[in-house]
Design a protein around this ligand. Structure first.
Ligand SMILES: Nc1ncnc2c1ncn2[C@@H]1O[C@H](COP(=O)(O)OP(=O)(O)O)[C@@H](O)[C@H]1O
Ligand SMILES: [Mg+2]
Length: 248
């Protein structure tokens, strides 16, 4: 399946040392032109995305909604360069992104993007703390441990630093995944159903955290969600339907 391919590529990207991160300078954080993604062949061909266009400004918060199977996770993976389109292009900060090879996409992603997967994708052999530290260590970020501890405290997991993913509940694993994406303070944060496994109070805490990053660091937020409260906090909501985004 597409998502698991993306996820294994993400794991691969974690093992690549980011080369040189290109900082986003332009106002348009993301520009998507005529993006299509088809999978399968012949009678089994599925057109997941079909000529989709999107422009997102730096610092914007965008909610993407749509029914299950409409292609939301596929779109997020393409925006973050975890997968490549069948046709069309994704530009990040005015630079071609989807056309780069896997290593170059991983380097750019490592320097400036955070991604929260619907299925968390924590590394099972690492503790919560090590999972959160890893991307920052790979990016040679100073104070990785301190930042990881602080962020895990912010998501309410101060008591769970040394626990392994299998010792954590679904909601706790989700919060570790959020902390991992959030701690390096990326320029763009992608999150696939970030409040999907959380109780209301924890969900609200995570929403506050996402928007505090958005405001303090002008972080662009691209969120896939079914959570009405979360979508309402975003500056804009777009619906994915029939392979295209629209304002309804
Ligand atoms: N590699 C693949 N092969 C076949 N079908 C796929 C593949 N990847 C995704 N799909 C299908 O594409 C559709 C969109 O999937 P997805 O992006 O996960 O939707 P959403 O996140 O909106 O629920 C689904 O019908 C899914 O089963
Ligand atoms: Mg999905």
């Amino acid at each position: 399946m597409l998502l698991s391919e993306s996820e294994s590529e993400y794991k691969l990207s974690l093992t690549h040392q980011p080369k040189k991160s290109t900082l986003i300078k332009n106002t348009s954080a993301i520009l998507v032109t005529n993006l299509s993604k088809y999978v399968g062949e012949g009678a089994n061909k599925i057109e997941i995305l079909n000529g989709l266009n999107l422009q997102v400004a730096q610092g914007e918060s965008l909610a993407i909604v749509g029914s299950s199977g409409s292609g939301k996770s596929t779109l997020l993976a393409l925006l973050a360069g975890l997968d490549v389109p069948t046709s069309g292009a994704v530009e990040i900060g005015g630079q071609p992104f989807s056309a780069l090879d896997e290593d170059a996409r991983a380097a750019m992603r490592g320097g400036q993007m955070g991604f929260v997967f619907q299925s968390f994708q924590l590394l099972p052999t690492m503790t919560a703390l090590e999972n959160v530290m890893l991307p920052m260590q790979l990016a040679n970020k100073k104070d990785a441990k301190q930042l990881a501890i602080e962020t895990l405290e912010k998501v309410g997991l101060a008591e769970r630093l040394q626990h392994y993913p299998k010792q954590l509940s679904g909601g706790e694993q989700q919060r570790v995944a959020i902390a991992r994406a959030f701690a390096p303070q990326p320029a763009i944060l992608f999150a696939d159903e970030p409040t999907g496994n959380l109780d209301i109070a924890t969900g609200e805490r995570i929403i506050e955290l996402l928007f505090s990053l958005n405001q303090a660091a002008n972080t662009t937020l691209i969120l896939v969600t079914h959570d009405v409260q979360l979508a309402q906090r975003c500056g804009r909501t777009l619906t994915l339907q029939h392979g295209q985004l629209s304002a309804i």
